[in-house]
Write a protein that binds this ligand. Structure first.
Ligand code: F3S
Length: 298
């Protein structure tokens, strides 16, 4: 059996940066908390809790003088204002790629343009982006774009600026843009899918095309991991979406010659290593690859 491990599997720079900020703050001895889970991975948030990083369910849970860390998804404008009013010390770990979108939508709104966000309505990143806009609309699919244009004939000549959730799939974003381009005459499109997501998705597509089975490691509520699994399913019939090595049923792979592994942006390296090692040990094959890069285990 050969195992192909995606180069891009695991923490992206934005997630690593946010986790490092939490660890450094806890180490400094400051009373600190994150506004919601810092990333969608319970083993990481549990480890941070053991180091003293509290998790706030809501802004109202913050205590005066406490350092509140904003996660890589960013926070809503109202939450930032409420934290300031409470006297919390805000430490912003918003991913620079997400912060860039906040800047774009603020500027476009100030110029009187309607912002169209292509992304998941209930995802914290999208909720935060929409809070920094004036007039805005969130759509998830090309069908929703068509429906919006049907219901709002004025939108066709209105100034519209389109942005994407950073972890969107390129296909969905491009199809949505196509629908807007067909109808709207005053349009600006900002491709804000982040580079880390593009690389990860491209690699997942490429590997899943040439393996018998594909393992996607990520949190069940991690949007980018769910999308990775969708991409892999479009190119491979056997895709296993797991959170950790505990979920791995080795018998699935007994008749596979080649197995691919990728992981979402919030999956720590040690979980990826555990899955890869468990697979190679159980299948009685010797690991020969490095750490980063496409690793072939023969
Ligand atoms: Fe940032 Fe992209 Fe990661 S937006 S947090 S680099 S998935």
């Amino acid at each position: 059996m050969k195992i192909i491990l995606a180069k891009s599997a695991g923490f992206c720079f934005g997630v690593r940066r946010a986790v490092n900020i939490c660890e450094d703050t806890a180490k400094s001895g400051a009373r600190c908390a994150t506004l919601g889970p810092i990333i969608h991975n319970t083993s990481v948030t549990r480890a941070l809790a053991e180091k003293g990083v509290r998790e706030l369910g809501d802004v109202g849970d913050a205590q005066p003088g406490e350092t509140v860390i904003i996660r890589s998804h960013g926070a809503k404008r109202g939450e930032i204002e409420a934290l300031k009013a409470l006297g919390a010390d805000i430490l912003d770990a918003t991913c620079p790629d997400v912060a860039k979108i906040h800047g774009i939508v603020r500027r476009e709104s100030d110029e009187g343009r309607t912002v169209l966000i292509v992304g998941e309505k209930n995802h914290p990143e999208v909720e935060a982006i929409s809070s920094w806009c004036g007039d805005c609309r969130i759509v998830e699919t090309p069908e929703e774009v068509r429906e919006w244009l049907r219901q709002s004939p004025n939108a066709k000549s209105a100034p519209i600026s389109v942005v994407s959730q950073t972890t969107n799939t390129r296909d969905v974003f491009e199809l949505c843009c196509l629908e807007v381009k067909k109808e709207c005459t005053n349009l600006k499109i900002f491709d804000t899918i982040c580079n880390a997501t593009c690389r990860r998705q491209e690699e997942a597509k490429e590997i899943s095309r040439r393996v018998d089975a594909m393992i996607v490691i990520g949190g069940k509520s991690s949007a980018n991991s769910i999308k990775l699994a969708e991409i892999c399913r479009a190119h491979c019939n056997r895709v296993y979406f797991i959170e950790s090595a505990d979920d791995l049923d080795i018998s699935y792979f007994s008749d596979s010659d080649t197995v691919g592994i990728t992981a979402g942006a919030s999956t720590p390296a040690w979980i990826i290593k555990e899955v890869s090692q468990m697979l190679s040990e159980e299948m009685n094959i010797e690991e020969s690859g490095g750490q980063a890069g496409e690793t072939e285990v023969k």
